[in-house]
Design a protein around this ligand. Sequence first.
Ligand SMILES: *Cc1c(COP(=O)(O)O)cnc(C)c1O
Length: 347
Amino acid sequence: MPIPSRLDLEETMIRETIKELIPYKVTQIENVVRLDANENSNNLSFMIDAEDLNRYPDNDASTLKKAIASYLSVDQEEIIVGNGSSEMIELLMKTYIEAGDNILGFDISFSMYKIFAKIYGADYISVSNDNYVMDMDDLINQAILKQPKLILICNPNNPTGYLINKTDIERLCKSTKSLVVVDEAYIEFCEGSMINRLGDYDNLIILRTFSKAWGLAGARVGYLIASQTIVNDISKVKAPYNLNALSQGAAIKALENSCETFKNVDEIINQREYVYNQMCEMGYKVYKSAANFLYFEEKESLYDELLSCGVLIRAFGNRKYRVTIGSKSDNEMFLEGLQSVQTRMVI
Ligand SMILES: *Cc1c(COP(=O)(O)O)cnc(C)c1O
């Protein structure tokens, strides 16, 4: 593709607010152990019926919603499903954000919050968690001061793995009229979901996904649970047939086989603790994690050095890295990679 000249850039009709955005890039490298995207390395590959692809999918995804409702003991009317929780984040902005509104969250956290905020013309105000701890007092103070429309909390947090306790999130819900969105993309890997508090707070919204613990990243299925008022609001802007029939089918199958998922989750948690301990023993500064990944610090060249050992991790700059906990053999490859890098350092 030709690189646009300055003139082209000036002549584009693109909206002013999104001019500066850079398209989301994903590192596509073949034949490596992929520990960069927090996917599940276990492929459950359920067979799904694909008979009715001549028809539009169920617009309400009622079978899937019924299955989710029974899994979480919530009302079916309190759920919206879509193309990954990413679509849920965007739907929230589409529904509630006017240009110039404030959105509050932590930094560092899931990168898409800031990007969607920018697309919808909101100011993303962040509270620093550079020291790893997410300080709820700081966040509450900012919420009172800045009156954001939305407060986005990732719990446990991506990429740090830090888990905020429920009492703190409840304190936040009580002390603000803002909508409190708790992104529980990794909640299956720990205790502490806010699901059973939904009835207590009208401003509480929970996001979940099938992309991580449930091993369905390729199917793109996520959902939102909130009060019926919020669900009604969001339903006004949701595109018709937003979740295709194949993905609805895959998520239903996954829920029918939830035992397998939870067995796999237990293994990942054991592996996470094993890898954590091994890394500590090697002398790495690695943070305690409640999710399926570990956040750690190391010299600048680690990303390339591990890649030359056939292992792909995520680099965040500033010598911070995140590694996904994969299968036993994936994790061994990663640890062996770290060993060989260290040995080279000593020589
Ligand atoms: C992976 C991830 C998601 C998005 O997942 P989808 O594949 O869009 O469902 C959402 N939030 C966080 C924090 C994530 O890490």
